[in-house]
Design a protein around this ligand. Sequence first.
Ligand code: ADP
Ligand code: 5GP
Length: 188
Amino acid sequence: MSSREGKLFVISAPSGAGKTTLCNMLRDEFPGIAYSVSYTTRPPRPDETHGTQYYFVPKETFEEKIASGDFLEYAVVHENYYGTSGNEVKKNLAGGKNILLDIDPQGAMQLKGKFDRGVYIFIMPPSIDTLRRRLTLRNNTRESIEIRLANAAGEIAYKNRYDYIIVNDALEHAYAELSDIYRREENK
Ligand code: ADP
Ligand code: 5GP
């Protein structure tokens, strides 16, 4: 056990802004960082597997976990439940490991105030047109794209409550900002 607690890194963005891409780059460069795999009731996309991107569970299972107090935070996002396992986060922080959470602003705001050592980062798309293009690239159904675009403005409205805002225009620039923030914050 490390004597120093780990730090929570919370990343939010409208769906399609590039947060998974940026989080994966960060995890590649800093393999010591833990990643919180969330629970969700949405169905997996063709390239997703249970336990890697998410734990995909039925609504009844999710609601049982809510009742048991298993979630550190949870929210309904784009018409499905999403939640963060309290045990996974607490175990990593207590063991001195930093942990990365990719969660929506409702969830991020539930965590703010609960953690002294939390860093909150918001990823912005360069424009709504670009967001639409990226969502289309990712193999979503038309309906799920429209739901995500309709929710984007509401999510962006939270951006000033984060510690950092990164605009994901050129990927290498956005990533350079993210990795600088990580380096700076992990040593604070
Ligand atoms: P999110 O996790 O925020 O929903 P993803 O990381 O899945 O978004 O990115 C959505 C799509 O946009 C993916 O196809 C990804 O490769 C692409 N993408 C991400 N960042 C950029 C960028 N800076 N420039 C161009 N395409 C990008
Ligand atoms: P997607 O279905 O596109 O993977 O993700 C939809 C949204 O759910 C994203 O904004 C993502 O950050 C958010 N999300 C993923 N996991 C969690 C979680 O555990 N809690 C909350 N509140 N949001 C989450």
